[in-house]
Design a protein around this ligand. Structure first.
Ligand code: ADP
Ligand code: XUL
Length: 522
């Protein structure tokens, strides 16, 4: 029975999904949660505390330890890794790991000791900036200037210089710590770093995730000389080659054979970003099916007919792992912002859903929130702190049900307004991610988008599933349609829009736009 493993190294957890393609079954779906299972790293939500609210870094050794913990735990529980015929993976996008010369030799790991300890001396920067970091506004301006303007960066890379993207993050490091930058021999994305570990080789970066760096020439599939130069010195030497996502990059490292019982010679396919992998896991590789992913970030994405860029500069074009391109917008204030409201009023997720579905109505009686608990990406708001407008009780944070509805309505309207540039009419949207369990949240999204929402029938982590399906396609040669039939079927419970709410949301969208303008000058 051919089995394929997909690993997803996401913001708050590491997940392994194994599909058995003959049986059409998911035979493993296990996660390690960084906060709960590895508290010693002090990253309860996947990032380290920092006095600067714009700085969000994680510890790359946490991800390596999580991998070993997960593989070991599943083996202990009786899972047989020797049956795996191909491996691929997914990583939170944009995050970067900085490694010195020793990295290249360290990859022939010693199976007798933990890998994190072996990789520690290879880090030229102890922490890894992740996608939540918004601290590189100055570097974005500098890169645009040096590269010939924002429009030129968009033309080449599919996005304007973006604070969380890897290029601006690299520039900041090169400016702030020149000696450590000089000692950096390799800069990996989370995806290519994890691929390097599992394959014991210096892995390439795939087009899907590479497009989130402001360095890749999308049309040519190569690093762009002008952008490299505008970003940091000698950068080309520090990056591995960009490759198509279906590239086989090596075989599982000998130490994983010895330690966890993988079969020697198991092929490893290039890892990609979590959103590109999710596009596959949701069966949405063809244009016409949009996906809403409600994870730590809320993202909205779809395969594209031809690469179109966002005139406002908030949206992106990434590589579609199945070929061609995909559009994406990302809201930083996703699940953690909803959690902040939930906790403020001592609710749980059921009560949160009830507040929306039973205790409040569309339009929220005029109560409106600008829900930027953290600096926001879409639209660009660098000043953190939610803003409330409406009744005195609501504004004073004394109306829990209205606050629950307000944050979700604002997020939904923000997603709708800022995805309009994609230009596809969305009658049906597939939803995934931790918050897609919540029917209250989904009902508001269905109403605001005026579209039916579908969830996957089985696995909720579509990025890990997508990585497993990519391995089944790229290594095992299974056809996408067959894989989607078996693994990406939607749940019979469809969330349909309540059309009578459309007017209230049109009004709210106008108000939301006006408040953004008044409050942030946007
Ligand atoms: P990521 O892959 O970005 O690490 P997930 O897709 O696993 O994140 O989603 C994690 C988030 O899902 C948590 O932060 C939590 O707020 C949210 N979540 C989990 N269960 C629910 C629920 N029933 N309703 C709403 N949100 C939920
Ligand atoms: C996408 C983005 C996030 C991360 C984490 O551009 O920044 O969605 O990939 O999931």
């Amino acid at each position: 029975m051919p089995q394929y493993l997909g690993l997803d190294s996401s913001t708050q957890s590491l997940t392994a999904v194994v599909v058995d393609t003959d049986a059409g079954k998911v035979v493993l779906n296990e996660s390690v949660n960084f906060g709960r299972d590895l508290p010693q790293y002090q990253c309860p939500n996947g990032f380290l505390a920092n006095p600067d609210p714009l700085v969000k870094h994680s510890d790359p050794l946490l991800w390596v330890d999580a991998l070993e913990l997960l593989l070991g735990r599943c083996r202990q529980q009786g899972f047989d890794w020797s049956k795996i015929r191909g491996i691929s993976g997914s990583g939170q996008q944009h995050g970067s790991v900085y490694l010195n010369e020793r990295f290249f030799e360290s990859l022939s790991f010693d199976p007798a000791t933990p890998l994190a300890g072996q990789l520690k001396p290879c880090l030229s920067r102890l922490t890894a900036p992740i996608w939540m970091d918004s601290s590189t506004n100055a570097e974005c301006v500098e890169i645009a200037q040096a590269a010939g303007g924002v429009a030129e960066v968009v033309r080449i890379s599919g996005s304007r210089p973006i604070e969380r993207f890897t290029g601006p993050q690299i520039r900041k490091f090169a400016k702030e710590d020149r000696p450590a930058y000089a000692k950096t021999a390799r800069i990996h994305l989370v995806s290519s770093f994890m691929a390097s570990v599992i394959a014991g080789t210096d892995a390439p970066i795939d087009f899907g995730d590479g497009a989130g760096m402001n360095l890749l020439d999308l049309a040519a599939g190569e690093w762009n000389g002008k952008l490299l130069l505008a970003t940091a010195p000698k950068l080309r030497d520090k990056l591995s080659t960009p490759v198509p996502s279906h590239t086989q990059i090596g075989e599982v490292a000998a130490c994983f054979v010895k330690k966890y019982g993988f079969s020697a010679g198991t092929p490893v396919l290039a890892f990609s970003g979590d959103n590109p992998c999710s596009l596959v896991g949701m069966g949405a590789i063809q244009p016409g099916t949009a996906v809403l992913s409600l994870g730590t970030s809320d993202t909205f994405f779809a395969a594209m007919r031809k690469p179109v860029t966002d005139p406002k500069g908030y949206g992106h074009v990434f590589g579609n792992p199945a070929g061609g391109f995909m559009s994406l917008i990302c809201l930083k204030n996703g699940s953690l912002a909803r959690e902040a409201v939930m906790k403020k009023f001592g609710l749980d997720w059921d009560a949160f859903a009830k507040a929306i579905l039973e205790q409040t109505e569309a339009g929220n009686g005029g109560n409106l929130m600008l829900p930027f608990f953290e600096a926001e990406i879409t639209p660009l708001v660098l000043k953190a702190g939610p803003q409330l407008f409406g009744t005195a009780a609501f504004v004073a944070w004394r109306n829990g049900p209205a606050a629950a509805r307000a944050i979700v309505e604002a997020q939904a309207i923000n997603l709708k307004l800022h995805s309009a540039w994609i230009g596809e009419k969305t009658k049906a949207i597939r939803v995934t991610g931790g918050a897609s369990k919540n029917v209250g949240i989904l009902q508001v999204l269905a109403d605001v988008f005026g579209a039916k929402l579908f969830r996957l029938g089985g696995v909720t982590n579509s990025a890990a599933l997508g990585a497993a399906l990519r391995a089944a396609n790229g290594v095992g040669g299974a056809a996408w349609e067959v894989l989607f039939d078996r693994f990406a079927a939607t749940d019979p419970q469809v969330i349909s829009p309540n059309r009578s709410n459309a007017k209230a949301y049109e009004k709210l969208a106008k108000e939301f736009t006006a408040r953004l303008k008044d409050t942030y000058g946007l």
